[in-house]
Design a protein around this ligand. Structure first.
Ligand SMILES: [Zn+2]
Length: 106
């Protein structure tokens, strides 16, 4: 359905006018469009945070949980992708991770 561009005042006028049902249907379309746009933006933001890298401190804080998950057969890399990424790029943390994992396995 083609929705006419309306200012807020024009929407109010349309909703009070004789073509109220039509305006209401249009408003619904317009709202869904707005919701979709907002939702998309939100998803984009969430996806963007995936690109943020964590540092050694944050990695170290989450390391215990990460190793625990890994040892219990859960997909730690998927659940905690930032730790996984950091361990891949940081030799120090990888050593720490491997040491912890070795301790847990024995
Ligand atoms: Zn590190």
């Amino acid at each position: 359905m083609a929705v006419k561009e309306r200012s807020n005042d024009q929407w109010l006028a349309a909703l009070r006018g004789p073509n109220r049902d039509e305006a209401l249907a249009e408003l619904r379309v317009e709202l869904m469009r707005g919701l979709r746009a907002a939702f998309k933006a939100l998803i984009g933001e969430i996806a963007d945070t995936r690109d943020v890298e964590i540092g050694c401190d944050a990695c170290f804080e989450q390391m215990d949980r990460f190793v625990e998950m890994e040892l219990s057969g859960l997909n730690a890399a998927q659940a905690m992708p930032l730790v996984q990424e950091h361990v891949e790029i940081c030799g120090e943390c990888r050593e720490e991770f491997e040491a912890l994992r070795a301790t847990g396995e024995s």
